[in-house]
Write a protein that binds this ligand. Structure first.
Ligand code: SF4
Length: 195
């Protein structure tokens, strides 16, 4: 692995990721059915931002795009389930998008000019929940948060469960163990394509 990539991994950890892996883009499985689930059953954020379906290019375009890349930085943040399913979850997703966009910027700076970041969750809910509409979508202006907001992986059909398998991480809830004090954990994750 080259030094620039190693530096990016270190930076991802320092930014707050629990685990980081470099995955081959051949191991990124795109599933149309996963992208379809944004529409049916309908996600509450469907259609509300420029970064979510039906306003993103979707699985076929993403498959085509992947042909230009050979590797990606995949990372996760472990969070207690009770936090992820509470009013504090927005801060977790903000951190997720900040890490993804930060790694994208650093990758570009270090010479990976085509770096492109994706993260979990809808930027409408994460960054623009106080606004009636997505400014970029309304065409009255530009995105309010271009420095942080990144497209949701779901809208491209990125199979996150398979990525966890490839990275060798348990997917979904896990117990942060100690016999007497076990905390149920969940995770959020992001992906930065590198080339
Ligand atoms: S304006 Fe808000 S909702 Fe629209 S793309 Fe930007 S962050 Fe997302």
């Amino acid at each position: 692995m080259n030094t620039k990539l190693k530096d990016l991994i270190q930076e991802t950890y320092k930014s707050g990721a629990t685990e980081v892996a470099v995955v081959a883009t051949n191991d990124i499985i795109i599933d149309d059915n996963l992208a379809d689930r944004c529409r049916e059953p309908r996600c509450m954020n469907y259609g509300l931002s420029k970064s979510c379906p039906p306003h993103v290019s979707g699985p076929s375009a993403f498959r085509k795009q992947l042909e230009k890349y050979s590797q990606a930085v995949f990372f996760k943040i472990d969070v207690p389930s009770k936090v992820l399913y509470s009013s504090e979850s927005r801060e977790v997703f903000q951190l997720l998008h900040e890490i993804a966009s930060g790694i994208e910027k650093s990758a570009i700076k270090s010479g990976f000019a085509g770096a492109r970041a994706y993260a979990g969750g809808s930027c409408k809910n994460i960054f623009c929940h106080d606004h009636p509409e997505c400014l970029a979508l309304s065409e009255k202006g530009k995105c309010r948060n271009p420095q942080y907001a990144r497209p949701s992986m779901s809208g491209f059909g990125i199979n996150v469960a398979e990525l966890f398998k490839t990275a060798g991480w348990p997917f979904g809830r896990a117990a942060n163990n100690s016999d007497s004090d076990s905390t149920q954990m969940a995770n959020v994750c992001g992906l930065v394509l590198i080339c």
